[in-house]
Design a protein around this ligand. Structure first.
Ligand SMILES: [Zn+2]
Length: 403
């Protein structure tokens, strides 16, 4: 290579060197300009071969790491995991836990379901962390209903995200993962009732019979919701319509009960019986998204209109997740606005939240919901264990055994 083609600064070094070479010869001994496609690189002698070797190893490593499991068509997976209108993009129904985690970075029909609840989890955790720095959750009992509510709006999207991630390990794990998902949602309904019962209740209903028994009834609703939604999975294969009705009813009943005080308050305001507040606007947005969530869950739109076109992006379950999270965001804003603006009035009514009515109710609800999930999970595990000798044997292993 001619000296004129070397970068000017190097030419200068070259020019300033002595006749014996100096800097320039020292550079030349270990460096060489080599053409690498459209660019020139400076390499040590033998560096080109070494670079090629490194590149080849890198390509091999990348190939090894991105070798994700293949995806399946609807007719290749068990009936229980098939979704209406979703034709392709199913994960292997016997994936390992690692495959499941890796699949969240691979585009399949669960990827967006995972991320649309995983990312909002951290948004709600961040909001809870901000509240921890401004409120005294340990000593101020007035904040306990908000603490319970905030914990549960962090837990339910996280549980859902985990359920969607690990549901591909076997048909049994598919059921059990969604038992936990339903349990977290029903606990969230209890959290809503605890916060509504303490902060959102209309003034004329405060200290009424409904107000006094609001949290115990919500706790019973939560157990009913988990039991019915878990049971609905067992009748899904034989009676898919009945299963859908049962599961929808399981979530609609606690929602209606929790929201009755809010509906009444909004009706009063529509009739001019109260001042329009910022909290009420947030509650109205929440109700809009709650109805949208219910519509998306039951309608299976848009994939029902064009099966196969929304397998990866835009199917109803993803939209259902997004709508639920937006609804929760507005609900959280409404609850916090009511909590701050009604504090003096509620305290004057002698309404100090008790430990049993807030954190105690959450703990009781948590234990009883786990018991219900256990009751529904044990027969599945026991049946599979007695057939295959493995607690979470895979559907494919089972079917291969029968071939
Ligand atoms: Zn989901």
């Amino acid at each position: 290579m001619s000296r004129d083609r070397v970068f000017p600064v190097w030419r200068g070094i070259w020019a300033s060197g002595s006749s014996s070479g100096g800097w320039a010869e020292a550079w030349e001994r270990c460096l060489r300009w080599e053409p690498m496609g459209p660019i020139w690189l400076v390499l040590c002698r033998g560096g080109r071969a070494r670079l090629s070797q490194v590149c080849e190893r890198g390509r091999g490593a990348i190939r090894l790491r991105v070798r994700l499991p293949p995806l399946f068509h609807i007719h290749q997976v068990p009936k229980v995991v098939q979704e209406d209108g979703i034709i392709s993009g199913y994960r292997h129904p016997c994936s390992t836990a690692l495959d499941c985690v890796l699949s969240s970075f691979q585009m399949n029909n669960e990827t967006m379901n995972i991320w649309t609840h995983f990312l909002p989890t951290w948004y709600f955790v961040w909001r809870l962390a901000l509240l921890c720095s401004s409120l005294d959750f340990s000593l101020d009992s007035y904040t306990w209903p908000l603490l319970v509510y905030m914990l549960l709006i962090c837990v339910y999207p996280f549980t859902s995200s985990c359920a969607h991630t690990f549901s591909a390990m076997s048909t049994d794990s598919y059921h059990i993962c969604f038992f936990f998902d339903y349990g977290a949602l029903s606990l969230y309904s209890l959290g809503c009732a605890i916060s509504y019962g303490h902060y959102v209740m209309p003034e004329c209903w405060v200290n009424s019979w409904l107000h006094r028994y609001f949290v115990p009834v919500a706790l019973a609703n939560s157990l009913f919701c988990t039991s019915l939604s878990c049971y609905s999975r067992f009748v899904e294969l034989q009676f898919p319509q009945r299963s859908k009705v049962l599961r929808t009813a399981a979530f609609v009943v606690p929602f209606i009960f929790d929201t009755v005080p809010l509906f009444y308050r909004i009706l009063l305001c529509c009739g001019g019986g109260c001042a329009h507040t910022e909290a009420l606007s947030s509650h109205c947005y929440h109700l809009f998204f709650a109805f949208l969530t219910c519509f998306l869950f039951t309608s299976h739109l848009p994939e029902r209109l064009a099966p196969g076109r929304f397998d990866y992006f835009g199917h109803s379950h993803q939209l259902f997740h997004v709508s639920a999270v937006l609804g929760t965001h507005f609900q959280m804003e409404g609850v916090m606005a009511d909590m701050l603006s009604r504090r003096t009035w509620l305290t004057d009514q002698g309404l100090a939240p008790s430990f049993l009515g807030t954190i105690g109710a959450l703990l009781i609800g948590l234990v009883l919901n786990l018991v219900i999930i256990g009751v529904f999970s044990v027969p599945l595990l026991w049946k599979r264990f007695s057939v295959s000798g493995q607690p979470l044997a895979c559907w494919l292993q089972g079917s291969r055994k029968n071939e």
